[in-house]
Ligand binder design. Structure first.
Ligand SMILES: C[S@@+](CC[C@H](N)C(=O)[O-])C[C@H]1O[C@@H](n2cnc3c(N)ncnc32)[C@H](O)[C@@H]1O
Length: 275
């Protein structure tokens, strides 16, 4: 239906491309528009707002996800200029700000995978936690304690709000600051499991992740890997991890989390470390 509606404004092929580059988060739509269609961005926004009944705002993503906070610039195309919305995933409620704190609906399968791996009683350190998506989903599913660290004060504030919304006070602890500093000050040797969801900078923070993790604990090491063949991406990221790690590591598995560019993948390697 959406495709049909857009076809009154752009061609069939263009509308297919646009729909594949479109995210709906609560009542907000974010659309990436190729340069060739920028002159039609307002009408595209208005058409989307009219067709997607629950949408209150349509934004054009005017920059890539960038900077230390991994945020993006959004430009309002139609509807309310409000970047805060409520999003639901696997029975949890989240307030997110799609412009001022990192958020991606495209990581939901990985969030569910991690929540299923965690065991009751674990202490988890989520080094780059954003608004607490992984932390909250995990703590909702298992009786664990999650330290949910982020350097972006807006992300940490939203994480606090989300802890209250999901009644997880005491199970998820939102900490604002640099993960390396917080680990060295408060969390050395504390965690059974450490999440490193800042794939561009995993190598830089690997020593901190190792120092946060107990001997015998698990690290989820995310990275961006170039692979000519998609089926090689997991293996290549395992090899990369083994090349850079300073500790004895048993690889438990690896996989592609999502494609991030042509022949470029976000991957995760699960490792058990021994110190
Ligand atoms: C790719 S996002 C992941 C967010 C979250 N795990 C999620 O999936 O929604 C990376 C996050 O790391 C945070 N960040 C960047 N540098 C950091 C640092 N040195 N210490 C703690 N957090 C940091 C950013 O603010 C951003 O929210």
């Amino acid at each position: 239906m959406l495709k049909k509606a857009l076809e009154s404004v752009i061609s069939e092929k263009e509308s297919e491309e646009l729909i594949s580059a479109f995210d709906q988060i609560g009542d907000v739509i974010i659309v990436r528009i190729p340069d060739s269609l920028l002159s039609k961005k307002k009408i595209i926004g208005e058409t989307l707002l009219k067709e997607v009944k629950i949408a209150k705002s349509v934004f054009y993503q005017a920059s890539a996800v960038e900077g230390d906070f991994r945020t993006r610039n959004l430009e309002i195309l139609a509807g309310e200029d409000n970047t805060e919305t409520e999003y639901k995933e696997f029975g949890c409620r989240f307030v997110v700000d799609v412009e001022n704190a990192f958020f991606s609906p495209r990581l939901s399968t990985e969030r569910e995978r991690i929540a299923n791996l965690v065991e009751d009683g674990e202490i988890v350190t989520n080094m780059f936690a954003g608004v607490g998506m992984f932390s909250i989903m995990t703590a909702k599913k298992k009786k664990c304690t999650v330290y949910s660290i982020d350097i972006n004060p807006i992300a940490s504030k939203l994480c606090e709000k989300n802890i209250q919304l999901n009644k997880l006070a005491g199970n998820v602890i939102s900490v604002n600051g640099d993960a390396a500093k917080i680990v060295s000050e408060k969390l050395i040797g504390k965690s059974d499991r450490t999440l490193m969801l800042l794939p561009e900078r995993s190598d830089e923070f690997l020593e901190s992740a190792i120092s946060a993790t107990k001997s015998g604990g698990i690290i989820h090491y995310y990275s961006h890997i170039h692979a000519d063949k998609k089926t090689d991406a997991g293996k290549l990221s395992e090899e990369h991890y083994l090349k850079v790690t300073p500790v004895k590591s048993e690889i438990l598995g690896s996989k592609i989390v999502r494609p991030v560019g042509p022949r470029y993948y976000q991957t995760v390697v699960d490792v058990k470390i021994t110190k």
